[in-house]
Write a protein that binds this ligand. Sequence first.
Ligand code: NAD
Ligand code: IPM
Ligand code: MN
Length: 357
Amino acid sequence: MKIAVLPGDGIGPEIIRQAVRVLDALRADGLPLTLEEGVLGGAACDRHGEPYPDATARLVRAADAVLLGAVGGPQYDTLERALRPERGLLAIRKDLGLFANLRPAVLYPQLANASTLKPEVVSGLDIMIVRELTGDIYFGQPRGIGVNAAGEREAFNTMRYSESEVRRIAHVAFGIAMKRNRRLCSVDKANVLETTEFWKEVVTDVARDYPEVELSHMYVDNAAMQLVRNPRQFDVMVTGNIFGDILSDEASMLTGSIGMLPSASLDANNKGLYEPSHGSAPDIAGRDLANPLATILSAAMMLRYTFHREEEARRVEDAVKTVLASGLRTADIWEAGCEKISCSGMGDAVVAALARG
Ligand code: NAD
Ligand code: IPM
Ligand code: MN
Protein backbone atom coordinates (compact mmCIF):
# COMPACT_ATOMS: atom_id res chain seq x y z
CA MET A 1 0.00 0.00 0.00
CA LYS A 2 2.13 2.83 -1.34
CA ILE A 3 0.94 6.28 -0.33
CA ALA A 4 2.39 9.53 -1.66
CA VAL A 5 1.99 12.30 0.91
CA LEU A 6 1.82 15.90 -0.34
CA PRO A 7 1.44 18.38 2.55
CA GLY A 8 1.20 21.47 0.32
CA ASP A 9 0.80 24.97 1.71
CA GLY A 10 -0.73 26.96 4.57
CA ILE A 11 -2.36 24.62 7.07
CA GLY A 12 -1.55 21.68 4.75
CA PRO A 13 1.56 20.49 6.66
CA GLU A 14 -0.24 20.85 10.04
CA ILE A 15 -3.30 18.79 9.10
CA ILE A 16 -1.29 16.22 7.13
CA ARG A 17 0.94 15.62 10.15
CA GLN A 18 -2.09 14.55 12.18
CA ALA A 19 -3.46 12.28 9.43
CA VAL A 20 -0.03 10.66 9.03
CA ARG A 21 0.04 9.96 12.78
CA VAL A 22 -3.26 8.10 12.39
CA LEU A 23 -1.88 6.06 9.48
CA ASP A 24 1.31 5.37 11.46
CA ALA A 25 -0.82 4.01 14.30
CA LEU A 26 -2.57 1.63 11.89
CA ARG A 27 0.79 0.56 10.49
CA ALA A 28 2.00 -0.19 14.00
CA ASP A 29 -1.05 -2.47 14.24
CA GLY A 30 0.11 -4.39 11.17
CA LEU A 31 -1.34 -2.54 8.16
CA PRO A 32 1.36 -2.69 5.43
CA LEU A 33 1.53 1.01 4.57
CA THR A 34 4.51 2.85 3.10
CA LEU A 35 4.49 6.64 3.02
CA GLU A 36 6.68 8.84 0.88
CA GLU A 37 6.54 12.62 0.91
CA GLY A 38 6.58 14.96 -2.09
CA VAL A 39 5.92 18.60 -2.92
CA LEU A 40 2.94 20.17 -4.67
CA GLY A 41 1.62 23.69 -5.06
CA GLY A 42 3.36 26.69 -3.58
CA ALA A 43 5.85 24.51 -1.74
CA ALA A 44 6.85 23.02 -5.10
CA CYS A 45 7.08 26.47 -6.71
CA ASP A 46 9.42 27.57 -3.94
CA ARG A 47 11.67 24.55 -4.38
CA HIS A 48 11.42 23.68 -8.07
CA GLY A 49 9.90 26.75 -9.72
CA GLU A 50 6.74 24.89 -10.77
CA PRO A 51 3.63 23.66 -8.94
CA TYR A 52 3.66 20.03 -10.20
CA PRO A 53 7.30 19.07 -10.74
CA ASP A 54 8.39 15.89 -12.54
CA ALA A 55 9.65 14.31 -9.33
CA THR A 56 6.17 14.68 -7.83
CA ALA A 57 4.53 13.32 -10.99
CA ARG A 58 6.78 10.24 -10.82
CA LEU A 59 6.05 9.76 -7.12
CA VAL A 60 2.25 9.94 -7.47
CA ARG A 61 2.11 7.83 -10.63
CA ALA A 62 3.99 5.05 -8.84
CA ALA A 63 1.84 5.27 -5.69
CA ASP A 64 -1.47 3.46 -5.09
CA ALA A 65 -2.94 6.52 -3.42
CA VAL A 66 -2.12 10.14 -2.67
CA LEU A 67 -2.84 12.00 0.56
CA LEU A 68 -2.90 15.75 0.05
CA GLY A 69 -3.19 18.68 2.47
CA ALA A 70 -4.09 21.83 0.55
CA VAL A 71 -2.40 24.25 -1.81
CA GLY A 72 -2.35 27.98 -2.35
CA GLY A 73 -1.77 31.20 -0.51
CA PRO A 74 -1.79 34.96 -1.06
CA GLN A 75 1.98 35.07 -1.65
CA TYR A 76 1.44 33.04 -4.84
CA ASP A 77 -1.60 34.89 -6.19
CA THR A 78 0.46 37.30 -8.27
CA LEU A 79 2.51 34.57 -10.00
CA GLU A 80 1.89 33.91 -13.66
CA ARG A 81 -1.24 31.70 -13.80
CA ALA A 82 0.57 28.59 -15.08
CA LEU A 83 2.87 28.68 -12.06
CA ARG A 84 0.21 29.07 -9.38
CA PRO A 85 -0.32 26.37 -6.75
CA GLU A 86 -3.92 25.73 -7.85
CA ARG A 87 -2.62 24.80 -11.31
CA GLY A 88 -0.56 22.08 -9.64
CA LEU A 89 -3.70 20.64 -8.12
CA LEU A 90 -5.58 20.73 -11.43
CA ALA A 91 -2.57 19.16 -13.16
CA ILE A 92 -2.29 16.23 -10.75
CA ARG A 93 -6.05 15.55 -11.04
CA LYS A 94 -5.84 15.57 -14.84
CA ASP A 95 -2.57 13.60 -14.97
CA LEU A 96 -3.92 10.80 -12.80
CA GLY A 97 -7.35 10.80 -14.48
CA LEU A 98 -9.16 11.52 -11.21
CA PHE A 99 -12.54 12.32 -12.71
CA ALA A 100 -14.76 11.25 -9.81
CA ASN A 101 -14.71 13.45 -6.74
CA LEU A 102 -16.73 12.12 -3.80
CA ARG A 103 -17.53 14.62 -1.06
CA PRO A 104 -19.62 13.12 1.73
CA ALA A 105 -21.47 15.67 3.84
CA VAL A 106 -22.25 13.75 7.00
CA LEU A 107 -23.37 15.35 10.24
CA TYR A 108 -21.90 13.58 13.23
CA PRO A 109 -24.69 13.64 15.83
CA GLN A 110 -22.30 15.15 18.38
CA LEU A 111 -22.01 18.25 16.14
CA ALA A 112 -25.75 18.92 15.73
CA ASN A 113 -25.32 22.25 17.51
CA ALA A 114 -22.10 23.20 15.70
CA SER A 115 -23.90 23.75 12.41
CA THR A 116 -25.14 27.24 11.69
CA LEU A 117 -28.44 25.61 10.74
CA LYS A 118 -30.99 24.44 13.28
CA PRO A 119 -30.38 20.93 14.63
CA GLU A 120 -33.83 19.80 13.47
CA VAL A 121 -32.88 20.75 9.88
CA VAL A 122 -29.51 18.99 9.79
CA SER A 123 -29.69 16.09 12.25
CA GLY A 124 -29.23 12.77 10.51
CA LEU A 125 -27.75 14.47 7.44
CA ASP A 126 -25.89 12.09 5.12
CA ILE A 127 -25.39 13.33 1.55
CA MET A 128 -22.87 12.11 -0.99
CA ILE A 129 -21.91 14.77 -3.49
CA VAL A 130 -20.39 13.32 -6.66
CA ARG A 131 -18.52 16.06 -8.48
CA GLU A 132 -17.02 15.57 -11.94
CA LEU A 133 -13.40 16.71 -11.57
CA THR A 134 -11.47 16.75 -14.85
CA GLY A 135 -13.80 18.54 -17.26
CA ASP A 136 -16.18 21.51 -17.44
CA ILE A 137 -15.18 25.16 -17.45
CA TYR A 138 -12.08 24.26 -15.41
CA PHE A 139 -10.42 22.65 -18.43
CA GLY A 140 -12.42 23.72 -21.49
CA GLN A 141 -10.60 25.43 -24.36
CA PRO A 142 -10.39 28.16 -25.48
CA ARG A 143 -9.68 30.19 -22.38
CA GLY A 144 -7.78 33.35 -21.76
CA ILE A 145 -7.63 37.09 -21.45
CA GLY A 146 -7.35 39.03 -24.67
CA VAL A 147 -8.62 41.90 -26.76
CA ASN A 148 -11.88 41.62 -28.71
CA ALA A 149 -12.68 42.85 -32.21
CA ALA A 150 -13.74 46.22 -30.83
CA GLY A 151 -10.33 46.62 -29.21
CA GLU A 152 -11.61 46.17 -25.70
CA ARG A 153 -10.00 43.78 -23.21
CA GLU A 154 -12.08 40.68 -22.50
CA ALA A 155 -11.72 37.33 -20.77
CA PHE A 156 -13.28 33.97 -21.56
CA ASN A 157 -13.56 30.37 -20.37
CA THR A 158 -15.34 27.50 -22.06
CA MET A 159 -17.82 25.18 -20.40
CA ARG A 160 -17.46 21.86 -22.18
CA TYR A 161 -18.33 18.19 -21.59
CA SER A 162 -17.99 15.22 -23.92
CA GLU A 163 -20.54 12.42 -23.80
CA SER A 164 -18.05 9.88 -22.43
CA GLU A 165 -17.08 12.27 -19.62
CA VAL A 166 -20.71 12.64 -18.55
CA ARG A 167 -21.44 8.92 -18.94
CA ARG A 168 -18.59 7.76 -16.73
CA ILE A 169 -19.36 10.13 -13.87
CA ALA A 170 -23.06 9.25 -14.15
CA HIS A 171 -22.18 5.55 -13.81
CA VAL A 172 -20.12 6.31 -10.69
CA ALA A 173 -23.00 8.26 -9.18
CA PHE A 174 -25.64 5.63 -9.97
CA GLY A 175 -23.31 2.93 -8.60
CA ILE A 176 -22.98 4.83 -5.33
CA ALA A 177 -26.74 5.46 -5.18
CA MET A 178 -27.32 1.71 -5.59
CA LYS A 179 -25.32 1.12 -2.39
CA ARG A 180 -27.19 3.84 -0.50
CA ASN A 181 -30.84 4.91 -0.56
CA ARG A 182 -31.16 4.69 -4.35
CA ARG A 183 -32.01 8.33 -4.91
CA LEU A 184 -29.90 10.44 -7.23
CA CYS A 185 -30.34 14.14 -7.92
CA SER A 186 -28.51 15.48 -10.97
CA VAL A 187 -27.82 19.20 -10.72
CA ASP A 188 -27.69 21.34 -13.86
CA LYS A 189 -28.53 24.70 -15.39
CA ALA A 190 -30.24 23.14 -18.39
CA ASN A 191 -32.61 26.08 -18.69
CA VAL A 192 -29.73 28.30 -19.80
CA LEU A 193 -26.57 26.34 -20.64
CA GLU A 194 -26.31 23.84 -23.51
CA THR A 195 -23.47 22.00 -21.76
CA THR A 196 -25.68 21.12 -18.84
CA GLU A 197 -28.76 20.47 -20.99
CA PHE A 198 -26.57 17.84 -22.65
CA TRP A 199 -25.43 16.64 -19.20
CA LYS A 200 -29.06 16.14 -18.18
CA GLU A 201 -29.87 14.23 -21.37
CA VAL A 202 -26.88 11.87 -20.98
CA VAL A 203 -27.54 11.26 -17.27
CA THR A 204 -31.17 10.45 -18.13
CA ASP A 205 -29.97 7.94 -20.69
CA VAL A 206 -27.54 6.26 -18.26
CA ALA A 207 -30.44 5.97 -15.78
CA ARG A 208 -31.94 3.22 -17.96
CA ASP A 209 -29.16 0.92 -16.68
CA TYR A 210 -30.26 1.59 -13.09
CA PRO A 211 -34.05 1.14 -12.93
CA GLU A 212 -33.93 0.78 -9.12
CA VAL A 213 -32.52 4.29 -8.71
CA GLU A 214 -34.96 7.19 -8.56
CA LEU A 215 -33.40 9.97 -10.65
CA SER A 216 -34.41 13.60 -10.24
CA HIS A 217 -33.08 16.79 -11.79
CA MET A 218 -32.66 20.17 -10.18
CA TYR A 219 -31.38 23.52 -11.36
CA VAL A 220 -28.25 24.55 -9.52
CA ASP A 221 -29.72 27.76 -8.11
CA ASN A 222 -32.63 25.84 -6.60
CA ALA A 223 -30.21 23.14 -5.36
CA ALA A 224 -28.21 25.78 -3.50
CA MET A 225 -31.40 26.94 -1.82
CA GLN A 226 -32.74 23.44 -1.10
CA LEU A 227 -29.43 22.48 0.58
CA VAL A 228 -30.11 24.97 3.34
CA ARG A 229 -33.92 24.69 3.32
CA ASN A 230 -34.20 20.92 3.65
CA PRO A 231 -30.87 19.17 3.06
CA ARG A 232 -32.10 15.75 4.12
CA GLN A 233 -34.18 15.47 0.94
CA PHE A 234 -30.90 14.52 -0.80
CA ASP A 235 -29.21 11.12 -0.87
CA VAL A 236 -26.67 11.31 -3.73
CA MET A 237 -26.11 14.45 -5.82
CA VAL A 238 -24.18 14.42 -9.10
CA THR A 239 -22.99 17.51 -10.87
CA GLY A 240 -20.24 19.07 -12.95
CA ASN A 241 -16.93 20.46 -11.80
CA ILE A 242 -17.83 24.09 -11.06
CA PHE A 243 -21.29 23.50 -9.56
CA GLY A 244 -19.86 20.66 -7.45
CA ASP A 245 -17.07 22.89 -6.16
CA ILE A 246 -19.55 25.47 -4.94
CA LEU A 247 -22.29 23.16 -3.65
CA SER A 248 -19.83 21.04 -1.66
CA ASP A 249 -18.48 24.07 0.22
CA GLU A 250 -22.08 25.02 0.96
CA ALA A 251 -22.89 21.49 2.14
CA SER A 252 -19.84 21.47 4.40
CA MET A 253 -21.42 24.05 6.66
CA LEU A 254 -24.35 21.69 7.24
CA THR A 255 -21.85 19.37 8.95
CA GLY A 256 -20.61 22.07 11.32
CA SER A 257 -17.48 23.24 9.53
CA ILE A 258 -15.60 22.96 6.27
CA GLY A 259 -12.94 21.39 8.48
CA MET A 260 -15.16 18.28 8.66
CA LEU A 261 -15.60 17.56 4.92
CA PRO A 262 -13.25 14.93 3.45
CA SER A 263 -12.97 13.96 -0.20
CA ALA A 264 -11.83 11.20 -2.51
CA SER A 265 -10.86 11.83 -6.12
CA LEU A 266 -10.87 8.55 -8.02
CA ASP A 267 -9.80 7.27 -11.43
CA ALA A 268 -11.48 4.37 -13.24
CA ASN A 269 -9.57 1.80 -11.13
CA ASN A 270 -10.08 3.31 -7.68
CA LYS A 271 -6.61 4.77 -7.53
CA GLY A 272 -7.27 7.91 -5.60
CA LEU A 273 -6.17 11.23 -4.27
CA TYR A 274 -7.57 12.03 -0.85
CA GLU A 275 -7.77 15.54 0.51
CA PRO A 276 -9.97 17.72 2.68
CA SER A 277 -12.46 19.75 0.65
CA HIS A 278 -11.19 22.99 2.14
CA GLY A 279 -8.19 25.05 1.18
CA SER A 280 -4.94 26.11 2.80
CA ALA A 281 -6.68 28.54 5.22
CA PRO A 282 -3.92 31.19 5.17
CA ASP A 283 -5.78 33.14 7.87
CA ILE A 284 -5.06 30.47 10.49
CA ALA A 285 -1.95 28.79 9.05
CA GLY A 286 1.05 28.11 11.30
CA ARG A 287 -0.93 28.55 14.54
CA ASP A 288 -1.92 24.94 15.27
CA LEU A 289 -5.59 25.98 15.08
CA ALA A 290 -6.91 24.09 12.06
CA ASN A 291 -9.32 21.20 12.28
CA PRO A 292 -7.48 18.11 10.98
CA LEU A 293 -10.58 15.89 10.94
CA ALA A 294 -11.42 16.41 7.24
CA THR A 295 -7.91 15.19 6.44
CA ILE A 296 -8.07 12.28 8.88
CA LEU A 297 -11.48 11.32 7.45
CA SER A 298 -9.98 11.58 3.95
CA ALA A 299 -7.37 9.02 5.05
CA ALA A 300 -10.28 6.79 6.15
CA MET A 301 -11.81 7.18 2.68
CA MET A 302 -8.45 6.08 1.24
CA LEU A 303 -8.55 2.91 3.34
CA ARG A 304 -12.10 2.26 2.09
CA TYR A 305 -11.96 3.14 -1.62
CA THR A 306 -8.39 2.35 -2.69
CA PHE A 307 -7.34 -0.33 -0.22
CA HIS A 308 -10.74 -1.94 0.46
CA ARG A 309 -10.02 -1.95 4.18
CA GLU A 310 -13.52 -1.20 5.41
CA GLU A 311 -12.69 -2.34 8.93
CA GLU A 312 -9.76 0.04 9.35
CA ALA A 313 -11.73 2.87 7.71
CA ARG A 314 -14.50 2.34 10.28
CA ARG A 315 -11.94 2.24 13.10
CA VAL A 316 -10.72 5.70 12.13
CA GLU A 317 -14.26 7.08 11.76
CA ASP A 318 -15.26 5.56 15.10
CA ALA A 319 -12.21 7.13 16.76
CA VAL A 320 -13.33 10.53 15.40
CA LYS A 321 -16.84 9.96 16.77
CA THR A 322 -15.44 8.98 20.17
CA VAL A 323 -13.35 12.15 20.35
CA LEU A 324 -16.30 14.36 19.36
CA ALA A 325 -18.51 12.59 21.90
CA SER A 326 -15.94 13.30 24.60
CA GLY A 327 -16.42 17.04 24.00
CA LEU A 328 -13.01 17.85 22.51
CA ARG A 329 -13.29 20.43 19.73
CA THR A 330 -11.04 22.52 17.53
CA ALA A 331 -12.05 26.20 17.38
CA ASP A 332 -14.17 25.88 14.22
CA ILE A 333 -16.55 23.35 15.82
CA TRP A 334 -16.30 24.54 19.41
CA GLU A 335 -19.49 25.17 21.41
CA ALA A 336 -20.19 26.08 25.03
CA GLY A 337 -19.50 23.23 27.43
CA CYS A 338 -16.79 21.71 25.22
CA GLU A 339 -13.03 21.82 25.60
CA LYS A 340 -11.18 23.78 22.93
CA ILE A 341 -8.11 21.97 21.62
CA SER A 342 -5.47 22.59 18.95
CA CYS A 343 -4.89 20.84 15.65
CA SER A 344 -2.17 18.65 17.16
CA GLY A 345 -4.34 18.14 20.27
CA MET A 346 -7.05 16.75 18.00
CA GLY A 347 -4.46 14.43 16.43
CA ASP A 348 -3.43 13.27 19.93
CA ALA A 349 -7.06 12.58 20.81
CA VAL A 350 -7.84 10.60 17.64
CA VAL A 351 -4.67 8.51 17.96
CA ALA A 352 -5.49 7.81 21.62
CA ALA A 353 -9.10 6.83 20.76
CA LEU A 354 -7.80 4.55 18.02
CA ALA A 355 -5.47 2.82 20.48
CA ARG A 356 -8.33 2.33 22.96
CA GLY A 357 -10.84 1.18 20.35
P1 NAD B 1 -10.21 27.93 2.62
O1 NAD B 1 -11.01 26.70 2.55
O2 NAD B 1 -8.74 27.78 2.68
O3 NAD B 1 -10.67 28.80 3.87
C1 NAD B 1 -11.98 29.32 4.00
C2 NAD B 1 -12.28 29.59 5.48
O4 NAD B 1 -12.43 28.32 6.14
C3 NAD B 1 -11.15 30.31 6.21
O5 NAD B 1 -11.69 31.17 7.15
C4 NAD B 1 -10.38 29.18 6.90
O6 NAD B 1 -9.71 29.57 8.08
C5 NAD B 1 -11.50 28.19 7.20
N1 NAD B 1 -10.99 26.81 7.20
C6 NAD B 1 -10.64 26.07 6.13
N2 NAD B 1 -10.19 24.88 6.52
C7 NAD B 1 -10.25 24.86 7.85
C8 NAD B 1 -9.91 23.87 8.84
N3 NAD B 1 -9.40 22.68 8.51
N4 NAD B 1 -10.10 24.19 10.14
C9 NAD B 1 -10.61 25.37 10.49
N5 NAD B 1 -10.95 26.32 9.61
C10 NAD B 1 -10.77 26.07 8.30
O7 NAD B 1 -10.63 28.81 1.34
P2 NAD B 1 -10.05 30.22 0.79
O8 NAD B 1 -9.71 31.10 1.93
O9 NAD B 1 -11.01 30.65 -0.20
O10 NAD B 1 -8.72 29.81 0.03
C11 NAD B 1 -7.42 29.88 0.61
C12 NAD B 1 -6.40 29.27 -0.37
O11 NAD B 1 -6.65 27.86 -0.49
C13 NAD B 1 -6.48 29.83 -1.77
O12 NAD B 1 -5.17 29.95 -2.26
C14 NAD B 1 -7.24 28.77 -2.55
O13 NAD B 1 -6.95 28.76 -3.93
C15 NAD B 1 -6.76 27.51 -1.87
N6 NAD B 1 -7.68 26.36 -1.95
C16 NAD B 1 -7.08 25.14 -2.10
C17 NAD B 1 -7.86 24.00 -2.08
C18 NAD B 1 -7.20 22.68 -2.19
O14 NAD B 1 -5.99 22.58 -2.06
N7 NAD B 1 -7.93 21.61 -2.44
C19 NAD B 1 -9.23 24.11 -1.89
C20 NAD B 1 -9.81 25.38 -1.73
C21 NAD B 1 -9.01 26.50 -1.76
C1 IPM C 1 -11.26 22.39 -4.32
C2 IPM C 1 -10.58 23.70 -4.66
C3 IPM C 1 -9.95 23.63 -6.04
C4 IPM C 1 -11.08 23.47 -7.04
C5 IPM C 1 -9.05 24.82 -6.44
C6 IPM C 1 -8.05 25.17 -5.38
C7 IPM C 1 -8.36 24.53 -7.74
O1 IPM C 1 -11.46 24.77 -4.52
O2 IPM C 1 -10.58 21.36 -4.30
O3 IPM C 1 -12.46 22.39 -4.07
O4 IPM C 1 -11.71 24.47 -7.44
O5 IPM C 1 -11.33 22.33 -7.44
MN1 MN D 1 -13.37 24.21 -3.63
